[in-house]
Design a binder for this molecule. Structure first.
Ligand code: ADP
Ligand code: ASP
Ligand code: MG
Length: 440
C-alpha cells in the first residue's frame, strides 16, 4: 500500500483535480490519497477566523461570501452531470452554512479550529464527487476518525495505526482511499490541526501507520531544491537526500515539507518521494536512509527567530549553569534551536515568543539577559559536511558582507547553522548560492 499526498496547488483548479485522478489510478497498488485544501482556502479561513476574533463580523461575512463564490465557480467547472453538480452544490452549501452559523456564535480557539478544518473537508468531498462521476471506485476516509494528537499536541503513530487499521478493515475489498490532510482531533476530542502545511505531516504519519511502500508528496515543484526558489533565482532539484538531511531542511525552513513531516517516515523506514503534479515525469527527490554523496546539498532559512543572550561572570568555571538555564526552557516547553557558549555567556535561539516574557524573567537571576528578535537561521545541509574540503572556507568567504550573529557547527555531521538578522536573509541565500554551488 502507498500514500500519495497532493498539496493546495495540485488540487487548486478543476483541471488539476482531473490530473490528480489520472495520477492516482496509474498503477494498481492500493493507495491512500491525502489531500490539502484548494490553494488559498486555508489563508482565507485564517482571515475569516481573525475577523470573527476581532469582532468584525461584517468583514467575516464578506470573506465567507467571496470564498463561497469561488467554490460555486469551481464545482461548475469540475463536474459535468446535473446529478454530480447537485451533490457538489449540497456539499458547498453545507460547509458555508456552517461558517455562516459560526458568525452568530461567540468566538473561541476551538471554534477557530473548526473554521480551519473546512478547507480539507471541502476538497476531499468535492474530489470524491468528481471520482464518482468518473466511475472511479474509492472510499472517503474521515481523518477526524483516525488522526489525533495527544495533550502535548503530538501525534502518536500507534493510536493512529489502530484506528486507521479498523477503518481499512471495513473496506477490505477496496483499493483507493481518499482522506483529509492537516486536520485531526486533539486530546479533548475537539477538531484540531497539525499546523500550517500539516498535510505533509498527515501523509507521513499515515505512511508510518500502514507501513507504506512509499510516501509520495506531490506538489508544484520538481523536488527539494538546493536553495529557496522564492528567494534565489537559480536553483536546482536534488535527486537524493537522507532522512536526516531532509528533516533538517524541513525543520530549518524548506517550505516544501512541513517541519515535522520526516520523522514518522524515518522512524518507520518508509521512503519519501517529492514529485511535481504539473510535471509528473520529472525525477523529483528520493528521501531514504541512504546517506548518498558527501558534500553540501542545500540551504534553507527559517524566519521569526529570537536570540537570547545570558551573560554572567558566575558562569566562569561553574558547572550546572547550563542545566539551570535549560530547565527554564523546559518548564515552558520551548525548544531551543541553536546554542553557542563562551566562558562568560551563553546564547540560545527560540522560534516562538509565546512565553518569552516569563522565560526572560526566570533567566534574569542567572545574569544579564538580552533579547534580539527578527533573526533568521540559515542552515547549510549535506552529508559529512565536516569532511568536505574547503566548505567552511567557502562559507565564510561568501559571508564576508553579512553580520553573522551565531554559528553552530559540529553538533550534527549534516549541518552548519548561522544566525543572521532577517534583513540580511535574501543577501545571505544569494551569496551562499554563488559561493557554495556556483549558481547566480
Ligand atoms: P503544497 O501546497 O503542495 O504543500 P507548498 O507551497 O507547501 O506546496 O511547498 C512547495 C513550495 O515550497 C514551492 O513552490 C517552493 O516555492 C517552496 N520551497 C521553499 N524552499 C524550497 C526548496 N528548498 N525546494 C523546493 N521548494 C521549496
Ligand atoms: N491546508 C493547510 C495549509 O494551507 C495544510 C496544507 O496545505 O498542508 O496550511
Ligand atoms: Mg505544503
Amino acid at each position: 500500500m502507498k500514500v500519495m499526498k497532493f498539496g493546495g496547488t495540485s488540487v487548486g483548479k478543476p483541471e488539476r483535480m482531473r490530473q490528480v485522478s489520472q495520477l492516482i489510478t496509474k498503477d494498481t497498488e492500493p493507495t491512500i490519497v491525502v489531500l490539502s485544501a484548494l490553494s488559498g482556502t486555508t489563508n482565507s479561513l485564517v482571515e475569516i477566523g481573525n475577523s470573527i476574533a476581532s469582532g468584525d463580523r461584517d468583514a467575516a461575512r464578506q470573506q465567507i461570501e467571496k470564498l463561497e463564490a469561488h467554490y460555486q465557480a469551481f464545482i461548475r467547472d469540475l463536474v459535468k452531470s446535473e446529478k454530480a453538480l447537485a451533490k457538489a452544490k449540497a456539499i458547498v452549501a453545507e460547509h458555508f452554512e456552517f461558517l455562516t452559523i459560526i458568525l452568530r456564535i461567540s468566538f473561541s480557539e476551538a471554534l477557530n479550529k473548526d473554521i480551519l478544518a473546512q478547507g480539507e473537508l471541502l476538497s476531499t468531498k468535492l474530489f470524491s464527487v468528481f471520482l464518482e462521476e468518473n466511475g472511479i471506485d474509492h472510499v472517503l476516509l474521515p481523518a477526524l476518525e483516525f488522526m489525533s494528537i495527544d495533550s502535548h499536541d503530538e501525534p502518536q503513530v500507534n493510536s493512529i495505526k489502530t484506528r486507521l487499521g479498523h477503518l481499512l478493515q471495513q473496506h477490505r475489498d477496496k483499493t483507493l482511499f481518499i482522506t483529509q490532510g492537516y486536520i485531526c482531533r486533539n486530546a479533548r476530542g475537539e477538531v484540531d490541526n497539525l499546523k500550517r502545511g500539516g498535510s505533509d505531516y498527515s501523509a507521513s504519519l499515515i505512511a508510518a501507520a500502514i507501513n507504506a511502500s512509499v510516501c509520495e508528496i506531490w506538489t508544484d515543484i520538481d523536488g527539494m531544491h538546493n536553495n529557496d526558489p522564492r528567494v534565489v533565482k537559480k536553483t536546482v532539484p536534488i535527486e537524493q537526500l537522507s532522512f536526516e538531511e531532509a528533516a533538517e531542511l524541513a525543520y530549518f525552513g524548506a517550505k516544501i515539507l512541513h517541519p515535522a513531516s520526516i520523522w514518522p517516515a524515518q522512524f518507520y523506514k518508509v521512503p519519501v518521494k517529492l514529485l511535481n503534479t504539473m510535471q509528473p515525469e520529472a525525477k523529483g527527490t528520493l528521501i531514504t536512509e541512504e546517506a548518498g554523496s558527501v558534500g553540501v546539498k542545500a540551504i534553507a532559512a527559517k524566519d521569526g527567530i529570537i536570540a537570547i543572550n545570558i551573560r554572567s561572570s558566575r558562569m566562569l568555571l561553574a558547572y550546572g549553569f547550563l542545566r539551570k538555564i535549560f530547565e527554564v526552557f523546559e518548564k515552558y516547553r520551548t525548544p531551543i534551536d541553536m546554542i553557542t557558549t563562551s566562558e562568560v555567556a551563553v546564547s540560545v535561539t527560540i522560534d516562538t515568543a509565546a512565553d518569552l516574557k516569563a522565560i526572560v524573567k526566570e533567566l534574569e537571576p542567572f545574569g544579564n539577559v538580552e533579547v534580539e528578535d527578527n533573526h533568521s537561521i540559515v542552515s547549510i545541509v549535506g552529508n559529512e559536511i565536516a569532511l568536505t574540503q574547503d566548505v567552511l572556507a567557502k562559507l565564510f568567504e561568501a559571508l564576508i558582507p553579512v553580520p553573522v550573529r551565531m554559528v553552530s557547527y559540529g553538533g550534527s555531521r549534516h549541518n552548519v547553522s548561522l544566525l543572521i538578522p532577517s534583513s540580511h536573509k535574501t543577501q545571505t541565500l544569494q551569496l551562499l548560492n554563488k559561493g557554495l554551488f556556483g549558481l547566480e
